[in-house]
Write a protein that binds this ligand. Sequence first.
Ligand code: ADE
Length: 214
Amino acid sequence: MKIQIITLFPEMFEGVLGNSMLWKAADRGIAEYSFINLRDYGQGPRKQFDDTPYGVVDSMLMMVEPLVAAIEHAKRNDPEATVILPTPRGQIYKQSDAKSLAVAEKGIILVCPRYEGYDERVTKWIDRQFCIGNYVLTGGELPAMIIIDSVVRLLPGVLGGETSAEIESFQDDDKSIEFPQYTRPEDFQGMKVPDVLLSGHHAEIAKWRKANSK
Ligand code: ADE
């Protein structure tokens, strides 16, 4: 899966994409990360990419031209890609969204806004707008990393040998995501691993996991 990231701060991604499973996914040729630096699309000799908003001038906004030029560049690289804008004004991002992006097997283009936001007209070039939680961050880079992590871990061959069909049956938003797990020692400072997990009884363990899932 081609993952293109439009950002003013590509170096923010190094640690996240360069380690553990996201790095392995790239190493195995399952995910391919590339960056489009918005500064390259700035206007005039000062490469300007933000300006004051019409109306109340209390902040800076990302201008529409550099954003659209960068998106169009990314689209030329991958015409079928889904263009995603992380924004507090988007739909709450869910496991089902990660799953549908992973199963579609299309590339994704993540547009990371900075400063106080972006000229609304850019949304004509955007397919999906996602909010990763009810709080406001300083830019779209952290939300973009969260989206990438949640999608790439679902791609076949990243975690195990899952096929797309198996991913389809992966937990949904309304189903359980996690149950408590334990490893050695069996007794840590008086806190014991539940007996059923030591029983080796698969059906009972499955029942226990279901009952204890959040
Ligand atoms: N940009 C700033 N805050 C955000 C949030 N909570 N979700 C997505 N994008 C954002």
